[in-house]
Design a protein around this ligand. Sequence first.
Ligand code: C2O
Ligand code: CU
Length: 482
Amino acid sequence: MGGRDGSGQGRHEGDRMSPFSRRAFLSATALVVAGCSTGENSLVLPTDPLVNRAEAARRGTGRTRAVTLTATEGQVDLGGPVVRTWSYDGMLPGREIRVGAGDLIEARVANRLPADTSVHWHGLALRNDMDGVPALTQAAIRPGEDFTYRFVAPVPGTYWFHPHTGTQLDRGLYAPLIVEDPAEPGAYDAEWVVVLDDWLDGTGTDPDEVLAGLRRRGGHMMHGGTALGGDVDHPHHLVNGRIASAPLTFAAKPRQRARIRLINAGADTAYRVALGGHRMTVTHTDGAPVVPVDTDALVIGMGERYDVLVTLADGVFPLVAVAEGKTGAGLAVVRTAVGTPPGPDVRPDELRGEVVGQDELKATAPLPSRQPDVVHRLELTGGMMNYEWGINGRSDGLQRVRSGQRVRLEFRNATMMWHPMHLHGHTFQLNGPRKDTVIVLPGQTVACEFDADNPGQWMVHCHNAYHAEAGMMTVLGYEERR
Ligand code: C2O
Ligand code: CU
């Protein structure tokens, strides 16, 4: 994701204000900034006092949750295969952060990697200067350096975090972030966080090598009869860091209700998820509550989250995440009784049952409808030939908005691949649910709307780590009349 040049060398002519920090922060949007400081409008930079003011307006609890994340290189055991990779504190997934809505998160990130990094808090409507996008909202954290993120987490939900640097998302650098709702009725007995991931790092290759290969040869496009195939062959599919032959077990009692928070942290894989012997009740997507609806299975794109409630039967059941259009699956075991655990290749019937998609969900608190003040058409462009992807044919666009506007983004997919499109810092309204990451199928147009209420510079990009790094990104830039 930041395939942008962090140094900004040679792109900054004409930028005279440039104290060093500003240069470092904004080199990526240098052209954009230069192009738009004409006239009376100027971009709201992450350093703008408006960003502080927006943060001050967030209702905080006064509680602080302090954590340290050490991004480190080392060996991790996937449940048999041991890989050398990059992770937070040697754990896969990294240690969950859990706070109450309105708590202040103070996360010190120690970069002990041999490369620059950053941490992006996916889905949170947080202050712009803590959004973790190198060259756009902060300077990259250099090897050996520390950086402390400090922000209020205002809205309850299931979130996660990962770097916003190169292809690092496809290493082991990811972890859940759960913002609890103090008003949650708590109608469940157990709560399980389930993180899905496609894995290749340390298996004789790494994500940078894979991207270089895609650029040399083009991708293989593994569609396998579904629109949701990927470009890359990942040898393993993990549930909470474990391969299917060494699954984790979630234990509970029969008839108990479990809330399962599903997060797709994969780089290039959509997962079809089902719990054998059960229907699931979908209650949230991307953190936002929906009118509860029952389903046999769900399809979850990269970056998306779904929360489901399940009333547990008596026995031992497979929770399976099949890689769409690829071979392989991730597995966890749900156990409420003694019995033989399912094997790694188990494929419960529910996988072939009903799938509730994003179009069938309804937000419990929809955005009140209103005429959009501004419409941005974002055509998703590119292809596998030279492995170049873009938005409106480029990777450095700017979509201007102003505080207070109702904004409409229309994603039109002009490619032959599907794309999970993600907007930073906002939750948008689709025709149905509210989300921050939306699947756009080949040939499809999907519109989303939101109120511009979080000033700053925000990425809009495909959450396929390889597509984003190959250019499928743009910036939603707030500007103000001065
Ligand atoms: Cu989880 Cu910019 O992404
Ligand atoms: Cu994409």
